[in-house]
Ligand binder design. Structure first.
Ligand code: GAL
Length: 683
């Protein structure tokens, strides 16, 4: 984690809190730019992400650069005091490029070469793409690297969003090169790790190694997992190349690329996070998702985890509806503010929207923006402007950080990829869903948690799902427990190594000693079937026939289903194992009990059931309590201090109206005045 004094130097001149949007002037005429900049001033916009998809605007023909538009726009923004997060436009190669280099277009597993015409139409391994991306990046960095308005760089956009994997011949050759380096040129080692002896699929020459293209039947899981690692590494190499060019020409300006952290897809963001100066994330709600408020907290907690204690930015979210879901439900009045302030509560030092002005044409014209089609006499505009001044009023909160929680949830991307491949005992046993459901259960009870890649100093470490696990990672869990850390490990964990090969001996492989048990048989449940537990809990998806070792306590037994009468929750010292997936209601009862037992602070008074109470602490001993009421009834939260949003002074408690938010400056934790979600870490 960077030293606090370094945090400020990393942020340079980036406004904090930042408030703004993606700005796409290439969609508008010059008169509109002037109006845009004037109106940005009215809404409190202080930072815009500029030029995200503007490659063909700045380089209309190969090698012919036209910066007139960008010069003018950056000049206008500069004169209005609006800072620029300048994007490299490399997420949207121009048509002239795709037509000149058709082999740069991505190919699907079925061998279909995708047509140009949309963004992200490139193969990340394409040398032609990388060369042209470097050229346009260099041209931009040379021209604007020292521009006073350019305070930050935004490389590409949502890497791997539309082109996570490519199966073209160029990728295949790059994959072979990557494998040869990874396996030290030892093809036998690769055969061994991928288990290619099955069905006699052993490679006898490197030239036979292909990406996992559509075939007659199943392919080696080891091949899939290495292909995922390779593709992620290729995108990261593209990012690094552009970042390094920018850094060379634009010293002192932080570089970011916007993550899609909560999408939990094909990017291992634990690898990416140290590569950016400022972690930034995009978050879009499922507009029909009844749990969408909890989803905000999940995205923010995960991004904070990726930032590793550093402040971070919400780079994109929407003012209201998006256009890419089946039914794009508008946000309700106040929801935009709640969404934004939930992120600020959980460590963001700014929030930007996609986008500034709602498009008049093209695929995203029905996506909301800060400035809607209807102009300034609209609800969205009024809310965006009011939010701008609310955010500006939180200037002192920026640079503060969230105290560590007592509870951590472990996320391992590779274990998630492995579990979610085909040919598993149950396709219902997914990893991302489990993580979200455990997080939701905590959120419902008001307990704060961090999301981490590995055991650290938290009192209680929750591991909902960890199918693939190396011996070294298992030892880290053992050491954590030996230090007194409390652990809860979900079913079907520790079964295989990172190449999806069974650990030797009875299940669950490398976790057997730590858990003090063996699993005789895994017993997936039919769709929708649930099983009772003798403490009143309900499990689903999965059961196991577990045989405890001597000294392992059986806390709860199955009362029905294929493991009826057998252990469902077992405990050895500070370590628990669950042989099923408890439903969320059960988790919401069990997790607070286990947290209390681990010595974690209870949920702050008034938190839970849709009311978030989250603390940020400043380095100067100041402290703020964010209370976000996602419910439709007023809520009372324990706090003493001044609400920075309403100016109301609270003595002991503050009432938050339905859908409302308060940010109360309270006495610092430990001073005995205000209750807060104090983090309890292992000592
Ligand atoms: C994001 C993307 C933006 C915009 C937005 C719409 O994934 O980065 O450019 O398309 O979605 O919701």
């Amino acid at each position: 984690m960077p030293r606090p004094d370094r945090q400020d130097s990393v942020w340079g001149d980036v406004p904090r809190p930042a408030y703004g949007a993606d700005y796409n002037p290439e969609q508008w005429d010059t008169a509109t730019w002037k109006e845009d900049v004037r109106l940005m001033g009215e809404t409190g916009v202080n930072l815009v992400s500029l030029g995200v998809f503007a490659w063909s605007w700045v380089e209309p023909r190969p090698g012919v650069f036209d910066f007139a538009g960008l010069d003018e726009v950056i000049g206008l923004l500069d004169s209005a005091g609006i800072a620029v997060d300048l994007a490299t436009p490399t997420a949207a190669p121009p048509r002239w490029f795709s037509h000149a280099h058709p082999q740069s277009l991505p190919v699907t597993a079925d061998g279909l070469r995708l047509a140009p015409g949309s963004r992200q139409a490139y193969c990340p391994s394409s040398p032609a793409y990388r060369e042209r991306a470097a050229l346009v990046t260099r041209a931009l960095a040379e021209r604007y690297g020292e521009h006073p308005a350019v305070v930050m760089w935004h490389i590409n956009n949502e890497y791997a969003g539309g082109n996570p994997h490519c199966w073209c011949e160029v990728s295949a050759a790059a994959f072979r090169t990557w494998l040869r380096a990874t396996y030290g040129d030892d093809l036998d080692a690769l055969n061994e790790r991928w288990g290619t002896g099955v069905w006699g699929m052993t490679y006898s020459d490197w030239s036979q190694v292909e990406p996992p293209r559509t075939s007659t039947s199943r392919l080696s899981p080891g091949l899939w997992l290495d292909f995922y690692r390779f593709c992620d590494a290729e995108h990261l190499a593209c990012y690094r190349a552009e970042r390094d060019i920018v850094r060379a020409h634009s010293p002192g300006r932080p570089v970011t690329t916007n993550f899609m952290a909560s999408a939990l897809r094909t990017t291992d963001y634990w690898r990416w996070a140290p590569e950016v100066d400022i972690v930034s994330n995009d978050h879009y709600l499922g507009s029909e998702d009844p749990d969408r408020a909890a989803d905000l907290a999940f995205a923010a907690d995960l991004t904070r985890g990726l930032a590793g204690g550093r402040p971070w930015l919400l780079m994109e979210h929407s003012t209201s509806a998006v256009q890419w879901q089946a039914r794009n439900i508008a946000k309700t009045p106040g929801e935009m503010a709640r969404n934004t302030l939930t992120h600020l509560a959980r460590g963001a030092d700014g929030a930007l929207f996609f986008q500034w002005r709602q498009s008049a044409y093209g695929p995203e014209k029905w996506h909301s923006a800060m400035l809607p089609h209807g102009g300034t006499d609209t609800r969205i505009w009024r809310e965006a402007a009011a939010l701008g001044s609310a955010v500006a009023g939180l200037a002192d909160v920026a640079r503060s950080s969230c105290p560590p929680a007592g509870i951590a949830l472990l996320l391992d991307y590779e274990a998630m990829w492995a579990l979610e491949l085909t040919d598993r005992p149950s396709s219902d046993l997914t990893s991302g869903d489990a993580l979200r459901s455990w997080h939701r259960a905590l959120w419902t009870t008001g307990l704060p948690c961090d999301i981490v890649p590995a055991p650290g100093e938290h009192r209680l470490l929750l591991v909902p799902s960890l199918y693939a696990l190396s011996g070294a990672a298992a030892r880290a869990l053992e050491e954590y427990a030996a230090r007194g850390g409390h652990l809860v490990i979900g079913p079907f964990s520790g079964v295989v190594d990172p190449d999806d090969r069974l650990h030797p001996g009875p299940y669950p492989g490398v976790l057997r000693d730590l858990l003090g048990l063996r699993v005789d048989e895994y017993l997936p449940l039919a769709a929708g079937v649930t099983v009772g537990l003798d403490d009143g809990s309900t499990g689903g998806v999965w059961a196991e026939r577990v045989v405890p070792d001597a000294g392992t306590e059986v806390e709860t037994r199955f009362t029905g289903g294929p493991a009826s009468g057998l252990p469902a929750v077992l405990r050895r010292g500070t370590v628990r194992y669950l042989a099923t997936r408890p439903d969320e209601t059960s988790l919401a009862r069990l997790l607070p009990r286990w947290a209390a037992e681990a010595g974690c602070a209870p949920a702050p008074a008034g938190a839970g059931g849709g009311v978030e109470v989250v603390r940020r602490n400043g380095r100067d001993g100041r402290s703020w309590l964010f209370a976000v009421n996602h419910t439709q009834a007023p809520a009372e939260v324990a706090a003493t201090g001044i609400d920075l949003l309403s100016g109301v002074s609270a003595a002991g408690a503050i009432s938050i109206p339905a859908g409302g938010v308060a940010v109360v400056e309270v006495a610092a934790e430990g001073s005995g005045a205000a209750a807060g979600p104090s983090g309890a870490v292992l000592s």
